[in-house]
Ligand binder design. Structure first.
Ligand code: AMP
Length: 249
């Protein structure tokens, strides 16, 4: 059985993002980029399924600029077998990503399709759900456990105040939550081997998908600066400040 894993190139989660001076987005020049953390978890899960002998081939896919080959090579270094870069310099929105992924699913026929629950740049949390809807596939979102047996996927989902376990028919779309697994680091020999693994370069037009945006970002603003704290001397001072300055009591 094949597994398809969608990985997105995003600003590394350790980077403190800065809003552009014209408020049109965040600064990306000379900023460290990485695989979206939830996509790393998706790759790791596919690799574990392969190690268990359930999955036979893992295909990593990204839609993004030429430089996104780096993130595909990282996925190949931890165990993906081949990669597809759908190259574009446009900022492609979730519906178009989902349409491209649907076309790749049609061509490759994977039984398990793994995505992150959300990309930490746009925080959309839409692509997996849209892909499942476009293809009419079962979906298990926010997965904290995945098992595949007897032609079914069993997905445990993190929901408000508890866990929900679902049995889903294949092909299935699974979006990963933080507790699904802990991704491994790539070893140096595997990083070297990954350079020789196949990486196909395609365009959105190859899949008949337009990347013209349907959503326009009007404004991006940084969070308000926090004010410095003060140490009060007495409880009366504290009560007075809460009443008269913070106006919360
Ligand atoms: P989002 O819906 O944008 O929050 O993204 C959810 C998941 O969809 C990500 O974790 C990826 O698995 C997948 N995804 C989103 N954008 C892309 C992209 N440009 N290329 C490949 N996968 C993507």
């Amino acid at each position: 059985m094949k597994a398809l894993v969608a990985v997105k190139r995003v600003v590394d989660y350790n980077v403190k993002v800065r809003v552009k001076s014209d408020h049109s987005g965040v600064e990306l020049t000379n900023v460290k980029m990485a695989i979206n953390p939830f996509c790393e978890i998706a790759v790791e899960e596919a690799v574990r399924l392969k190690e268990k002998g359930i999955v036979t081939e893992i295909i990593a896919v990204t839609v993004g600029p030429q430089a996104a080959q780096e993130q595909l090579r990282s996925a190949l270094a931890v165990g993906a077998d081949r990669a597809i870069l759908v190259q574009t310099d446009d900022e492609v929105q979730p519906l178009a990503i989902a349409k491209i992924l649907k076309a790749i699913v049609d061509a490759e026929q994977p039984q398990v399709i793994l995505l992150g629950k959300q990309a930490i740049d746009g925080d959309n949390n839409q692509t997996g759900q849209m892909l499942a809807a476009l293809g009419g596939y079962a979906q298990g979102t926010f997965a904290s456990k995945l098992t595949l047996a007897d032609g079914k996927a069993q997905v445990t989902r993190e929901i408000d105040g508890g866990l929900q376990t679902l049995s889903l028919s294949l092909p299935v779309v699974v979006t990963t939550d933080l507790r699904l697994n802990e991704p491994r680091y790539a070893s140096l020999p595997n990083i070297m081997k990954a350079k020789k693994k196949p990486l196909d370069i395609k365009s959105a037009a190859d899949y008949g998908v337009s990347t013209t945006p349907t959503i326009k970002t009007l404004k991006v603003e940084p969070p308000r600066e926090r004010q410095a704290g003060v140490i009060v001397k007495t409880v009366d001072d504290l009560v007075s400040k809460l009443k008269n300055e913070a106006k919360v009591i």
